[in-house]
Design a protein. Structure first.
Lengths: 218, 218
DNA sequence: GTCTATAGTCTGATAGAC
DNA sequence: GTCTATCAGACTATAGAC
């Protein structure tokens, strides 16, 4: 196994969403794969590494997953399902005000990338390792999740609540800065996920030219 | 070689800075490695893949580089050297105004990540594959390059020209959105690098709470 | 410097007993 | 479902001729 001094991801805690059932050899394999894929990458993790760390025999792993690639695909699917669920839920709980909706999406995006940073790193950095067949359904999920922010941005622009030079660039800036949180956030830094999420929500509002909320209650 | 439907990086054009001498087998190897590492990752590219695509025999490659890892290290070193050079140069050409300096750094960061997007992708996504020995000098370079933005942000805060909630978070947001440009920029999109760079420089100024420049001349 | 050929190791995945 | 044992091929890197 490789020796590295720099870690791709700052966080160390396990984080699979509660939806994922982690019982038995299959659960240990998924949880261990999440750690190793986040740390070493899919290509940098051998089936032997994975099985040894998960205390699972190779043949047992292949009783649960047809190929190593299917393990990755399941993790990335979990990642986008959880993100989409959280984003949609946050929209449902916010008012119809475009700025409130933008704040809700960015806050949730950042909070989710703090709590499930390993999932987010694997989903964004290892997606391209999947074959077309396994990637296709994931790309559908990904497009759905990204569509939520696009809709809010476009609706805010139509209602003249946002003064964006360009919706695409604002989208890329906001999603980019949020995505990177998964790579540098760690529980031992001097900020809580809530502080980061609030700051980034403010940044997003400034990027799109929305006035800062005068009060807590929108 | 793997078949993938999703590309990690949108750009396709070769881009090694002019400093890199690309003559002969060594040059072909470096140039080809840049493409393959950006597209497939370091772990997803075999020496055979690389040599075949570069029209270089394995034994010839090993006459120029001690290991496959040294090829990656050279590319990442080139990436950070070029970025550091460009950022420092842009600071020298800007005025002493913190906002002008911030704009210069962000513009240069984005322009460099458009022009050398493959280098930036490899440098950010494959750095963790290096062993400690090869990574150490690169981390020094990386810290130097990042320090330029930190200094500008702190100086602007001291002079009360920036109204940041938190310098670290602003830094992470600005560098994160700029870094991601390398992954999605392609020459065929509907924006020029200059447009993207100008927009992102505006975003950065808004993030740190600097007033928008009233005119072109700072 | 570049070639042909291959050493030695590790890879993903499987066969077959229990 | 889990085990032991292993296949067939791919991997990084090298030896030695020219």
């Amino acid at each position: 196994m490789r020796k590295t001094s720099h870690r791709r991801i700052a966080a160390t805690a396990t984080a699979l969403p509660p939806q994922a059932k982690l019982k038995g050899a299959r659960g240990r394999a998924l949880d261990t794969a999440l750690h190793l894929f986040a740390e070493k990458g899919f290509g940098g993790t051998s089936v032997r590494d994975l099985c040894q760390a998960a205390n699972v025999q190779p043949a047992t792993l292949y009783a649960h997953f047809p190929t190593k690639e299917h393990v990755l695909a399941e993790l990335i699917t979990l990642a986008y399902e959880e993100l989409y669920r959280a984003l949609r839920s946050s929209l449902l709980e916010s008012s119809s005000d475009p700025e409130a909706q933008l704040r809700a999406l960015v806050k949730t995006h950042v909070l989710s990338h703090c709590e499930y940073s390993m999932l987010a790193v694997v989903a964004s950095a290892e997606l391209h390792m999947l074959s077309a067949d396994l990637m296709a359904p994931i790309l559908t999920l990904k497009t759905q999740a990204e569509g939520l922010l696009i809709e809010v941005l476009e609706r805010g622009a139509e209602k003249k609540r946002f003064a964006m030079d360009d919706a695409l660039l604002a989208l890329k800036a906001i999603s980019g800065m949020g995505l990177r949180v998964a790579f540098w956030y760690a529980p031992d830094i001097n900020k809580t996920p809530e502080q980061i999420a609030d700051s980034f929500a403010n940044y997003a509002c400034r990027i799109v030219g929305a006035a800062a909320a005068p009060n807590d209650s929108q």
